[in-house]
Design a protein around this ligand. Structure first.
Ligand code: GRF
Length: 217
């Protein structure tokens, strides 16, 4: 079966992008990274993608008069590469409603919290301020509302005594690098469908076990 062609949008470090590239190296992986687009020329992830032999494009948002014209240029670049699914991976540009509407059902994002808790920025600080004992990350379809959209997959990590933003972010990021390739695989295998506000995953292995934090002694 033909592989799903994925376009990854980044603005910075690109560690989630790198995790997707790495996963897609596996011959049996059902998706391929067709291109990486950054709105920031200096984004470290652009160099990482280049070194991995992936087509890259830098499209600076400052070159455009408004959000939608930038979004249309990004979209044209993705379409040039035959992209069937857009994966946002640390793409720090709020998009015009046009973009998620144009790519409806074909655009996903990874967010470093268990949505719908802690949307927006300074996510780990929000989690620490709220005193939650479990945090994590979410892969979801993108809709015009920020950090909303049907949830495809989540991974949970504990919040530990003494955690600061950096420590918690590192633990969540580690989970992100495993969750994003898993979610992309499920989509590429045609196992994810959207029913109203929710995404349903077919044939998902049953989970057993409860994560306690503090742990039961
Ligand atoms: C990740 O924490 C992701 O969840 C959020 O932005 C960060 C991007 O990190 N959307 P990286 O560029 O993938 O390393």
């Amino acid at each position: 079966m033909a592989k799903l062609k994925v376009g990854v949008l980044i603005s910075g470090r690109g560690s989630n992008m790198a995790a997707l590239i790495e996963a897609a190296r596996e011959p049996s992986y059902p998706a391929e990274i067709a291109c990486v687009v950054s709105n920031v020329a200096a984004a470290a992830g652009v160099e990482t993608a280049r070194q991995a032999g992936i087509a890259t494009a830098v499209i600076p948002h400052k070159d455009f008069p408004d959000r939608e014209s930038f979004d249309r240029a990004v979209s044209a670049e993705l379409e040039k590469h035959g992209v069937g699914l857009v994966a946002l991976a640390g793409f720090l540009r709020i998009q015009s409603p046009w973009f998620p509407q144009h790519w409806a059902g074909r655009i996903i994002n990874i967010h470093p919290s268990l949505l719908p808790a802690f949307k927006g920025l300074r996510v780990q600080q929000q989690a620490l301020d709220a005193g939650v004992r479990l945090s994590g990350c979410t892969v979801h379809f993108v809709t015009p509302d920020l950090d909303s959209g049907p949830i495809i997959a989540q991974a949970a990590v504990p919040v530990l005594p003494g955690d600061d933003e950096t420590a918690l972010a590192a633990r969540v990021l580690d989970a992100e690098h495993r969750l994003y390739p898993l979610a992309l695989r499920l989509i590429a295998e045609g196992k994810v469908r959207v029913e109203g506000e929710r995404a349903v995953v077919a044939d998902a292995p049953a989970l057993d076990g409860i994560m306690f934090n503090p742990a039961i002694g």
